[in-house]
Design a protein around this ligand. Structure first.
Ligand SMILES: *[C@@H]1O[C@H](CO)[C@@H](O)[C@H](O)[C@H]1NC(C)=O
Ligand SMILES: *[C@@H]1O[C@H](CO)[C@@H](O)[C@H](O)[C@H]1NC(C)=O
Ligand SMILES: *[C@@H]1O[C@H](CO)[C@@H](O)[C@H](O)[C@H]1NC(C)=O
Ligand SMILES: *[C@@H]1O[C@H](CO)[C@@H](O)[C@H](O)[C@H]1NC(C)=O
Ligand SMILES: *[C@@H]1O[C@H](CO)[C@@H](O)[C@H](O)[C@H]1NC(C)=O
Ligand SMILES: *[C@@H]1O[C@H](CO)[C@@H](O)[C@H](O)[C@H]1NC(C)=O
Length: 549
């Protein structure tokens, strides 16, 4: 008795001095800590919560298994490691952790039931993380939402796909497991499990477009923000990537005889070595940007995440009809021109054999007659059949942006709008601040080259390894306020510019998209409603890849 009392006193003291905080969830007690938002609110932060068994040893290349229950209190006061990837620490194959942030915990008899935003990180399915140093909650959490960030398996460890031995999509299954975790546990953090918004960027957005058609994700989310990526573009999803797995095997010195042999040997290779293979998997400079792809799984008796072509599923109405926001940044992947234009060897190759390299750069089918036809049209449209030189900077940039991001996002907007009865909000992010993920070469990191892929993330998350903390005296403050409130309003009320209480704080109302007027919101210094985003550029791709089925 005395011992227990003393322990309680010690703990109470501990709670006060280190500002720790504890919640009771259906799976046990979880100890968190506190952070402070940009505007000074207290964030209750629960970091490094294990949501699946360590995917190691016999669980490597296998679907995620639910985490073991724990006894006592789970220590969620610091981030878990990142999944294996090059050039960054800390990493570990044991990386299936999530973070939960809120500013209002439930009290006895009062649950704030806040809407939840689950953020799916970018990184081409081979990099990045949900750790709080890269995805700092300090900006978003000034809004009345709960934020969940996570790691999912990436590269070969998350997306190897060879057939029966490993059907693929395990990284996406990890994401589904997080959604289930949220459904089961988020009420304990003051969240409303019936109001879950997926916010995905790039590879995270590609993921969302597949969750919308996957039977495994059905009913687990209710709204989606699809930023700068979509798997519903012109590139065909494969049914497996055995050739890529064989290449991975050769890189780490494994035999590549057949699927069994490859999986066998890769199962024993160190996770770090697999994570570090990225640069050797490129085929032309740093291209293609998409290497480890989600796949349409053949039926080997496994629970299929994706069993059919997603475009076909949407056209047949077999998808999650929910309100969505989708959009791009003004210049997207235009920066990818620089490694090509500054490398005489690459440039010469491209000019001499456009048909061989363009499909790698712009991700479309290879080696077919159709591929040749596409290459001819792309060359004619963007370069007027002139040689590609530094004078092509803008057009080459447009070709990259349109093919990798712009058109696939435009297509998802059209498709969903046509086949869903819920609103679709379309945007272009054009705000060019002082900071960027890509600066003009030789500008010493001072002149952003347009508005690059990821640049909008700068205003939603504190990305501490790269950018300063935008306190209230930074000019960037206004965009932080605008973007985070648009996204939070949408998560709250399915309408980004009208969430009841906060009505009319924007100059305009963001009208949903329709396939006739094609309205979209330009998010720049001001919010401006416009029509027909890059219509001429996207019609090229639309005509090359008409919606069949
Ligand atoms: C929780 O983990 C942190 C970091 O690993 C450690 O410093 C702290 O002492 C732990 N707290 C408890 C109560 O075990
Ligand atoms: C795969 O290759 C190994 C080694 O050559 C061989 O023993 C095995 O039978 C092959 N498996 C299949 C399914 O072909
Ligand atoms: C040009 O690209 C090739 C192929 O990626 C690479 O091997 C070479 O090192 C690059 N050259 C320069 C000068 O960067
Ligand atoms: C073309 O642009 C690249 C990238 O900015 C630069 O490295 C290269 O020197 C330029 N070449 C010429 C001939 O100006
Ligand atoms: C591709 O085009 C060539 C030349 O026009 C033709 O002979 C061939 O049959 C075509 N191949 C296919 C698969 O259509
Ligand atoms: C904001 O940060 C800057 C630089 O880090 C600092 O000089 C300034 O005092 C801060 N302002 C506020 C309001 O915290």
């Amino acid at each position: 008795m005395w011992l227990r009392l003393m322990l309680v006193l010690v703990l109470l003291n501990y709670v006060r001095t280190s500002q720790n905080v504890q919640v009771s969830t259906p799976i046990g007690e979880i100890l968190g800590t506190t952070l402070t938002t940009r505007l000074g609110k207290t964030i209750y932060a629960f970091r490094g919560i294990r949501y699946a068994k360590p995917p190691v040893n016999e669980l490597r290349f296998k679907p995620p298994q639910p985490a073991e229950p724990w006894s006592g209190t789970y220590n969620a006061t610091s981030d878990g490691p990142m999944c294996p990837q090059p050039g960054i620490t800390p990493i570990s194959e044991d990386c299936l952790f999530l973070n939960v942030y809120t500013t209002k915990l439930p009290t006895k008899g009062n649950n704030p039931k806040r809407p939840i935003i689950i953020s799916l990180h970018p990184g081409g399915f081979y990099s990045s993380t949900g750790r709080s140093n890269w995805v700092g909650p300090h900006y978003f959490m000034d809004q009345d939402i709960i934020l969940v960030t996570l790691n999912y398996r990436i590269a070969s460890l998350g997306f190897i796909s060879v057939g029966k031995e490993a059907p693929g999509n395990n990284g996406l299954r990890d994401q589904v497991m997080v959604m289930k975790w949220v459904r089961n546990n988020i009420a304990s953090f003051g969240g409303d499990p019936n109001s879950v918004t997926l916010y995905g960027y790039s590879a995270g957005a590609w993921s969302i477009t597949l969750h919308m058609v996957s039977p495994m994700s059905r009913g687990l989310f209710h709204k989606a923000i699809i930023s700068s990526g979509s798997a519903l573009g012109h590139w065909p999803l494969p049914t497996n990537q055995l050739d890529l797995a064989k290449k991975q095997a050769r890189i780490v010195g494994c035999p590549d005889t057949n699927a069994t042999v490859v999986i066998d040997c890769l199962s024993k290779t160190s996770a770090e070595e697999l994570g570090n293979s990225l640069s050797q998997l490129a085929e032309f400079g740093f291209d293609p940007i998409l290497i480890w792809s989600p796949v349409i799984e053949e039926d080997f008796g496994q629970e299929q995440f994706l069993a059919d072509d997603p475009v076909k599923l949407i056209k047949s109405g077999n998808f999650e009809q929910i309100p969505i926001i989708a959009g791009i940044t003004k210049d997207e992947f235009a920066q990818r021109v620089f490694p090509v234009l500054s490398n005489a060897t690459l440039l010469e190759k491209l000019n001499n054999d456009f048909e061989a390299y363009a499909p790698i750069m712009f991700i479309y089918e290879r080696g077919t007659n159709k591929s040749k036809e596409v290459s001819r049209s792309v060359r004619q449209f963007y370069f007027g059949n002139n040689p590609i030189t530094n004078a092509s900077l803008q057009n080459l940039g447009n070709a990259y942006s349109d093919s990798i991001v712009g058109f696939p996002v435009n297509r998802v907007v059209d498709l969903i709008c046509e086949h869903s009865n819920k609103p679709v909000y379309y945007y272009e992010f054009t705000y060019q601040g002082r900071y960027s993920f890509f600066y003009l070469p030789n500008s010493d990191g001072t002149i952003p080259y347009g508005v690059a892929h990821h640049d909008d993330l700068i205003y939603l998350f504190y990305i501490s390894p790269m950018f300063p903390f935008f306190n209230a005296s930074f000019p960037e403050s206004k965009m932080v306020q605008t973007l985070s409130s648009l996204w939070a309003n949408f998560a709250t009320a399915s309408n980004p510019t009208d969430c009841g209480l906060k009505k009319n704080i924007y100059e305009i109302e963001w009208t949903p998209y329709d396939t006739t007027t094609k309205k979209y919101l330009e998010i720049g210094e001001k919010l401006t409603l416009k029509e027909k985003l890059f219509e001429d550029r996207y019609s090229l791709w639309r005509n090359l890849y008409p919606l069949s089925f």
